[in-house]
Design a protein around this ligand. Sequence first.
Ligand code: GLN
Length: 304
Amino acid sequence: MQLLLNKLIDKNKFWANHGKVADYIPELGKMDSRKLGIAVVDTGGKIYRAGDYKTKFTVQSISKPIVLLLALMDNGEEVFNKVGKEPTGDAFNSIIKLETLNPSKPLNPMINAGAIAVTSLIKGKTKEERFQRILNLFRKISKNPHMDINFEVYLSEKKTGDRNRSIAYFLRDLGIIHGDVEDVLDLYFRQCSIEVTCEDIANMGMFLANQGIDRESGDAIVPKHLTQIVKTFMVTCGMYDASGEFAINVGIPAKSGVSGGIMCSVPNKMGIGVIGPALDHKGNSIAGVKLLEDLAKELKLSIF
Ligand code: GLN
């Protein structure tokens, strides 16, 4: 495994030249586009690391499936009164269908509109308590008790996030979210700014692969059927409007983020975390996707 990972990193590094780091959140534009790293965790807890696996990056949209888990634990399937279960074919930050769909609700929880609606459902008396509950779940399932926010990225997105702001106000107009829109956005920006490494997201993928059971203690942290819902969303919508192609070429539940991370969950087998900040035109790590295509073929990981 170690040799294979080293080989595939070397083979796929050049892809970064064909992509671009996201800079619509100014602070993300500072990332080094040439980096490519991977961590793989198996059911026994053995961890393999290769390339620039030490790179720190913000979790961004990889937070969406995890916050969805918490919202489902808090509210049950009532979550789906506010957000649908279908792929969009539109970009992750698209607003267009909110006006034309009937009933008017975001199509799924993996696009920004759906994720903002889901974040608004997290329970807690104060804003602080709500964020702490999100962070605690992240820390637990990543096995990293020190995980925290990257404050620069958080402030950068909060300052410039007018598209998400527009989406959120539109959602309140539709009656999907209630109360203080800026509070909901603040929580969403904070969850996106949690800083991770490949190993952290590989552990998170492993936790989902293990059906919500902590692989060390055997404790059920999240009910199995909720992890199944989340992994299904990862297959159908986890790579945005490239989810179909990814399902054919890689074939495992995955979630990408705009800072170049990809979290994968190979059911009952392994968690994989990848970082490669240069993105393709759909917002997925260009070298990361190529690396996963090769890895899935070599190890026959497709679930289909
Ligand atoms: N924080 C980012 C945003 O809302 C997350 C998007 C992403 O990772 N694709 O724009």
